[in-house]
Design a protein around this ligand. Structure first.
Ligand SMILES: NC(=O)c1ccc[n+]([C@@H]2O[C@H](COP(=O)([O-])OP(=O)(O)OC[C@H]3O[C@@H](n4cnc5c(N)ncnc54)[C@H](O)[C@@H]3O)[C@@H](O)[C@H]2O)c1
Length: 258
């Protein structure tokens, strides 16, 4: 018996086998969930088709651009046509322009700021709103997003993404307030560094990985499996009255003062 038996879970953000979303998808599959896996572009669909062979049940796949309302409306229609209820929604999506992560935060362009906020922060609200009906129909649903400590502390080179993550975490709290009466809880997982496609756009990821091993209370880097297991908890009945929270999965790095 799995912790997520009978649950339908949409996990957005699989680009390849290193994606945090893929770690979550595998953990959900292990626990019995039926998966819906959106992909952003055709190249990622090819990766997804190959990866899906590792799952116990074939997932539903659909193209999704979280910055495009037409694409979100198509997702809503496709999900509603197939399922009456959506029990878990995972938002594991972020993007910022490379130039805004390499330069000083001071030099962030207006356009780059809006882009990072739209794709990395507002998209949680847009996606949750698009899927509100099947989430509410689940009775007790769980929305989970991925964040990073750069929202509350300065991480060199994280810049505009740190500000987007601060907005994302505030969105978690406001969404949790709005949706709690409908039985929908909303939480974030704040992950330590993991070498993924998105992380390779952040200068200094190797230093961050090294620093965890040198300084974290648990001197080991985290894996996408660790994040998957935390997401299983947040998606399962064991977390039914937890909402508006940020759960750190970072080997304890965030408690350090130096
Ligand atoms: N890797 C880390 O060290 C780390 C640490 C903490 C938090 N996170 C967060 O985890 C999440 C997943 O990132 P990852 O590290 O797995 O990298 P990743 O590159 O594997 O995943 C990022 C995903 O965002 C998707 N995406 C970007 N723009 C999109 C759009 N317009 N529409 C739809 N999808 C879009 C991409 O297709 C990709 O699947 C992100 O929110 C990231 O900020 C990552």
């Amino acid at each position: 018996m799995g912790l997520l038996d009978g649950k339908v879970a949409l996990v957005a953000g699989v680009a390849n086998k290193r994606s945090i979303a893929w770690g979550i998808a595998k953990a959900f599959d292990r626990e019995g969930a039926q998966l819906i896996l959106p992909y952003q572009i055709e190249r990622f669909k090819e990766n997804l088709d190959k990866l899906s062979a590792e799952l116990s049940k074939p997932p539903m796949t659909i193209q999704l651009d979280v910055a495009d309302d037409t694409s979100l409306a198509s997702l809503r229609e496709a999900v509603s046509a197939r399922y009456d209820a959506l029990h878990i929604l995972v938002h594991s999506v972020a993007h910022a322009k490379a130039e805004d992560m390499a330069a000083r935060f001071l030099d962030t362009s207006r356009d780059g700021y809006h882009f990072a906020q739209d794709v990395s922060a507002y998209s949680l609200t847009a996606l949750t709103r698009a899927l509100h009906k099947p989430l509410a129909a689940a009775g007790r649903a769980s929305v989970i997003t991925m964040t990073h400590e750069g929202s509350v502390r300065v991480m060199p080179n994280y810049n505009v993404m740190g500000v987007a993550k601060a907005a994302l975490e505030a969105s978690v709290r406001y969404l949790a307030f709005d949706l709690g009466r409908e039985g929908i809880r909303v939480n974030a997982i704040s992950a330590g560094p993991v070498k993924t496609l998105a992380a390779s756009g952040v200068k200094g990821i190797s230093t961050a990985l090294h620093s965890t091993v040198e300084r974290a209370p648990i001197p080991e880097n985290i894996t996408t499996e660790d994040i998957g297991n935390a997401a299983v908890f947040l998606g399962s009945p064991w977390s039914e009255r937890i909402t508006g929270m940020v759960l750190y999965v970072d080997s304890g790095s965030h408690i350090l003062g130096i």
